[in-house]
Design a protein around this ligand. Sequence first.
Ligand code: 0RA
Length: 361
Amino acid sequence: MSSNVQQYSANEIQVLEGLEAVRKRPGMYIGSTGPKGLHHLVYEIVDNSIDEALAGYCSNIEVIIHKDNSITVVDNGRGIPVDIHPKLNKPAVEVVFTVLHAGGKFGGGGYKVSGGLHGVGASVVNALSEWLEVRVRRNGKEYYQKYERGRVLCDLKEVGDAESTGTTVSFKPDAEIFEELEYDYDTLAQRFRELAFLNKGISITLKDEREEKEEKFHYEGGIKEFVKYLNRNKEVLSEEPIYVEGVKDDVIVEIAMQYNDSYNENIFSFANNIHTPEGGTHVSGFKTALTKVINDYARKYGFLKENDKNLAGEDTREGLTAVISVKITNPQFEGQTKTKLGNTEVRSVVDTIVGDKVAAF
Ligand code: 0RA
């Protein structure tokens, strides 16, 4: 084959420059080229499969750490589309892996968790990988394409028949970019356990071929089981966590909470599966509503008499373990570490849902 580069139109040379920018300043795209950035590559690919699951088409995700520290992510979704992109004149899957921020171009709405905090997409992983291969099972066929350091090595080709649908992405992080290339099993396992809690029903399997280790994370109860897990070494005050969920103005809200006999407040909050340790509007909406619900209840049933002062917010959260998870279409992350949810509309949505549903409980 002649040099790939010669085959590119002016339009596509732009594309190559796009990924060159990623290789020049990787930190701008994945935060760091240390272990955090290295693990982030895996999360970027898995997030795309999680989006496919949230859209209702994928139930299983498998992540394999190979002996050479390359990674494979397999999902049983619809398979990334392979039809020719009308403007760029190449298969959609190639666009996904070679065009910076191509994710959004397919629109489709819905609650995408990819494109979140770093949320830079598959093309960034491709740019920062020595090689990357994608296999798509779709239309009864299997398709294949390979890239090196973000550059197309071969056109997308049909390589056989497929009985199922799905996407398999394999990649090896580039030693020219990353300071360290070794994946830490526990780091990945912890994130996949969290993702399985946050997205009930999805199975995420982690396999380590370096030491024949394997775990499957799957929680039908979602964040309700997350709260039980967080309280696993505590004396709990109720057997089952309180669980409420609701959707309002396109905001999906899920909250699980359970008191234990300590005095500690333990609120874990997430927006689009991203941990928000700095809190934000989802957390403040929750706190306001919980304080009101408990005070109203205490008044109504005579636990607070006419001359008693209301319970302060902190009082209602003594010994509370809670998980707050919201999914929204356009999350705004603010604060020192960009882990504080800023969307103002979320505060009142959470407030209303907690006000109605925890009160009912
Ligand atoms: C159909 C349509 C679209 C994406 C996918 C399937 C899809 C993407 C990925 C990425 C990893 N696994 C996947 N499985 C399916 C485009 C629709 C849209 O962007 O909303």
